[in-house]
Design a protein around this ligand. Structure first.
Ligand code: MG
Length: 158
């Protein structure tokens, strides 16, 4: 068994879509980023990469590489899930937290899990939680959204 941790945050700005867990959430602001700014997917990706012992998200998807400009983070996640399989590993469990003051995330969690399944992660092995930051810090001031994730991988006997 191997465990990995992931964290990400992006700035909330006007004129961007808000995409979390691969789905479009109606809101007056969206997350700024080289890709779609999907903090949940990025935290999950980093947790998986950490459990693989394969560096970090910036190493796999550098923001200097135009292949990943405005990329769907579900596609990036798919790429990393394929890498897990190619290394003879299997995802056992992912737990995650989205930390945001607004909008309310809970109504979207099931559809996030459905969308993340397109990256090859079954809804049966992922948990997504949502919290506010009790009006404290950058999340509390609604300047940005953060996410955390952990991933458990196991080595498959061949
Ligand atoms: Mg990010």
């Amino acid at each position: 068994m191997r465990i990995g941790i992931g964290y990400d945050s992006h700035r909330l700005v006007e004129g961007r879509r808000l995409i979390l867990g691969g789905i479009d959430i109606p809101f007056e602001k969206g997350l700024l980023g080289h890709s779609d700014g999907d903090v949940l997917c990025h935290a999950i990706i980093d947790a998986i990469i950490g459990a693989m012992g394969a560096g970090d998200i910036g190493k796999h998807f550098p923001d200097t590489d135009n292949r990943w400009k405005d990329a769907s983070s579900i596609m990036l996640l798919r790429h990393i899930v394929d890498l897990v399989k190619s290394k003879g590993l299997e995802i056992v469990w992912i737990d995650s937290i989205i930390i945001t003051e607004k909008p309310k995330i809970t109504p979207y969690i099931e559809s996030m899990k459905d969308t993340i399944s397109q990256a090859g992660i079954s809804p049966a092995i992922i948990n997504i939680k949502a919290k506010t930051n009790e009006a404290m810090g950058f999340v509390g001031r609604e300047e940005g959204i953060a996410a955390q994730a952990v991933c458990l991988l196991k080595e498959i006997r061949s």
